[in-house]
Write a protein that binds this ligand. Structure first.
Ligand SMILES: *[C@@H]1O[C@H](CO)[C@@H](O)[C@H](O)[C@H]1NC(C)=O
Ligand SMILES: *[C@@H]1O[C@H](CO)[C@@H](O)[C@H](O)[C@H]1NC(C)=O
Ligand SMILES: *[C@@H]1O[C@H](CO)[C@@H](O)[C@H](O)[C@H]1NC(C)=O
Ligand SMILES: *[C@@H]1O[C@H](CO)[C@@H](O)[C@H](O)[C@H]1NC(C)=O
Length: 258
């Protein structure tokens, strides 16, 4: 081997080793290890995983430049080790992930989040969090008051939970572009009246709900000026909807597609 080539090899190997042991922030690694006492996080040495580099773990994605965790895909990581008993997530465990953009905690039997005592911590530490999937858990309406303290959220999925009655979706949800609250026992008409303040909402999914007073719902949603996609699949509908939808579509087309 030529001398130069050997040097290149040594440098590349050195960089790889450095990244291998420091590829993830210690604070974030510790937080993930704590999460591993309630969710089943694994890594595989076969695929280059290392205990010391949490960026190499399955379900974890980091920004390669900063080594900070940007995405956690923690769906369905509970059942195998812990069964389907409802439990509560200590949201303080998420605070070290200051660069986190996307968090998937779906299908984990979560009953709620225990919010940190200090009120502004979630919004200040999770200020980059845009995508949150909490579908297929056992969350009740109290999750909304916790999530409303994270104004960076743009895409919120709460499909198939234990939400019920009227959802209060206003105030700090103002940046939401996509909301999916399908398959919950919610009062859509009452909820829709509050939804009209989500002025950036483009994509709303209300599948598998009972649509009472369909006309009221459609009228309320008609006030959402940014709405592009409204999904109403698998619903039972009470009240006449066709003329309302027709009227609403005409209005919407007139105001949005001049
Ligand atoms: C998480 O805990 C399980 C069970 O104790 C263990 O097998 C696994 O290696 C842990 N994951 C990490 C990333 O340390
Ligand atoms: C939640 O986690 C934080 C940080 O690890 C800890 O200080 C706090 O006591 C925990 N709260 C509960 C209710 O377990
Ligand atoms: C879901 O909500 C209903 C009533 O709102 C309650 O009776 C039931 O226990 C809840 N289920 C879970 C898993 O929290
Ligand atoms: C909705 O927005 C209007 C006008 O911006 C405001 O007066 C009202 O309080 C808001 N309603 C809720 C429920 O946030």
């Amino acid at each position: 081997m030529k001398k130069e080539a050997l040097w290149v090899f040594v440098v590349v190997w050195g960089v790889a080793c450095f990244c291998g042991s420091h590829g993830c922030q210690e604070q974030e690694r510790v937080a993930l290890l704590v999460l591993n006492t309630t969710l089943d996080l694994t890594y595989s040495e076969y695929t280059g995983g290392s205990y010391f580099n949490c960026c190499s773990w399955r379900y974890v994605e980091c920004n390669p430049a900063t080594g900070r965790v940007t995405k956690l895909m923690l769906s369905h990581l509970r059942y195998y080790r812990f069964g389907s008993k409802t439990w509560y997530l200590n949201a303080s465990l998420l605070l070290p992930f200051e660069e986190l953009k996307s968090l998937d905690l779906s299908s984990n039997s979560i009953g709620g989040w225990i919010a940190p005592k200090e009120p502004n911590l979630l919004s200040s530490k999770l200020s980059k969090l845009e995508v949150l999937d909490l579908s297929d858990n056992s969350l009740d309406n109290s999750i909304l008051s916790v999530l409303s303290t994270i104004p960076s959220l743009r895409r919120l999925l709460l499909i198939s939970n234990n939400l019920s009655g009227t959802l209060h979706l206003h105030g700090d949800f103002s940046n939401l572009k996509e909301l999916d609250i399908s398959y919950n026992a919610i009062d859509v008409a009452a909820t829709a009246k509050g939804i009209k303040n989500l002025s950036h909402l483009e994509n709303l999914h209300l599948d598998g709900v009972h649509l009472k007073h369909a006309g009221t719902v459609v009228r309320a949603l008609g006030a959402l000026s940014s709405l592009r996609i409204l999904s109403l699949q698998s619903n039972t509908i009470e009240g006449s909807i066709t003329t309302q939808v027709d009227h609403w579509l005409q209005q919407w087309l007139a105001t949005n597609h001049k």
